[in-house]
Design a protein around this ligand. Structure first.
Ligand code: SAM
Ligand code: DTB
Ligand code: SF4
Length: 375
């Protein structure tokens, strides 16, 4: 059988074997390999499973900014921290459509709409988000949402509207999660991912490095992601953007070598997934990003803004692509376009639901200090 070829790179096998039983010790050993060995192994796995010269480009759109009731220690949108982020009401469908068209014309294949919500509530605002999903899918772009916790019925309604991906990050290891967030638990994140998995919507889940976590915690997060079956179709790796006013404002910037090791390890542990170089690219040189692409990153967030913080200029990113000979991935390359069912033809009614979640209610001193509510 003729194997598909990508430029001058012959694909070595059809696909790598996927392991769901990685141990933390094995992943730490991979992460700590001599860098040249790690890069070689990750790049080899990358080439077996993906076209190494294609990078998927997503554009973030903050459809509802600020005022979030959660206490995520990294997040400038949590209402309790004084970060200067201005809260906005939910954007209109027309505004979202205009932004999506802009993103499409700048080479983006996916729009990822973020809302600073703890969870989705059935009602007019969710209906408006469903309409945004329909509108963008009809522009032949992949649509992703990140709206907080979801019930199964809400996931089904998003799927029916034509959602391509749902982003819900595990963020870090189960152990370190308790040091960063007290208003919900790790199991709540896993439950939402499970609800999304019951539909045809793909799962996007990853995390943040540079929050003061150990290498064991980074490995613990990868164990949790790799053990999901199927593994997430995309895994964003964010470097913390330390925003003034948040409990993590004083964390030191992530060294590029840590980012490269994290990307390479993610690629080895999850060979089929799209690994996304996410927040923190403004601090990375082109050379550093090139090493990340070599190590297996094959997706970026493009656009001058992430949700509330800066991102590299789109034209600079396109110059980088040109210099490195990278091509933006076409929409629906990996999975075909979902169909959009109109609201009036929906099979799923609004159940007036909101997801249940655990309220761990442990205390995190630095979150309390940042909230101005010292214990
Ligand atoms: N409220 C929803 C939720 O938490 O799932 C969706 C939006 S939330 C901003 C999406 C993700 O952005 C978080 O899970 C986190 O991984 C990432 N994020 C937020 N603030 C960040 C920061 N300062 N630096 C890096 N990543 C960040
Ligand atoms: C993800 O993993 N990173 C994106 C997206 N998913 C939603 C968000 C990054 C946010 C960085 C901080 C901000 O701009 O507010
Ligand atoms: Fe809210 Fe999401 Fe920010 Fe946490 S990460 S405070 S849930 S917007």
């Amino acid at each position: 059988m003729e194997l598909p070829t990508f430029g001058t790179n012959k694909r070595l096998t059809i696909m790598s074997i996927i392991r769901h039983n990685w141990t933390k010790e094995e992943i730490i050993a991979v992460y700590n390999k001599p860098l040249m060995d790690l890069l070689y192994e990750a790049a080899s796995i990358h080439r077996m499973n993906h076209d190494p010269n294609v990078v998927q480009v997503s554009t973030l759109l903050s459809i509802k900014t600020g005022g979030c009731p959660e206490d995520c220690g990294y997040c400038p949108q949590a209402a309790r921290y004084h970060t200067g982020v201005e809260g906005n009401d939910l954007m209109s469908v027309q505004q979202v459509k205009a932004q999506a068209l802009r993103a499409k014309s700048s080479g983006s294949s996916r729009v990822c709409m973020g809302a600073a919500w703890r969870n989705v509530k059935d009602g007019p605002e969710f209906d408006q988000v469903l309409e945004m999903v329909r509108t963008i899918n009809k522009l032949d772009m992949e649509v992703c949402c990140t709206l907080g916790m979801l019930t199964e019925n809400q996931a089904q309604r998003l799927a029916e509207a034509g959602l391509y991906a749902y982003n819900h990050n595990l963020d870090t290891s189960e152990e370190y999660y308790k040091e960063v967030i007290s208003t919900r638990g790790y199991e709540d994140r896993l439950q939402t991912i499970e609800n999304v998995r019951k539909t045809n919507v793909t799962v996007c889940s990853g995390g943040i490095i540079g929050m003061g976590e150990s290498i064991e915690d980074r490995a613990g997060m990868l164990v949790a992601l790799a053990s999901l079956s199927p593994q997430p179709e995309s895994v964003p790796i964010n470097a913390l953007v330390a925003v003034e006013g948040t409990p993590l404002e004083e964390e030191k910037p992530v060294e590029i070598w840590e980012m490269i090791r994290m990307v390479a390890t993610t690629r080895i542990v999850m060979p089929h997934t799209q690994v996304r170089l996410s927040a923190g690219r403004t601090n990375m040189s082109r050379e550093g990003q090139a090493l990340c692409f070599f190590a297996g990153a094959n997706s970026i967030f493009a656009g001058d803004k992430l949700l509330t913080t800066p991102n590299p200029d789109v034209n600079e990113d396109m110059k980088m692509f040109e210099m490195l000979g990278l091509n933006p991935q076409k929409p629906f390359t990996k999975i075909s376009q979902p169909k959009t069912v109109e609201a009036e033809d929906s099979q799923f009614e609004s159940l007036g639901e909101k997801p249940r979640w655990s309220r761990p209610e442990h205390k995190i001193e630095r979150n309390l200090v940042a909230s101005g509510k010292k214990a």
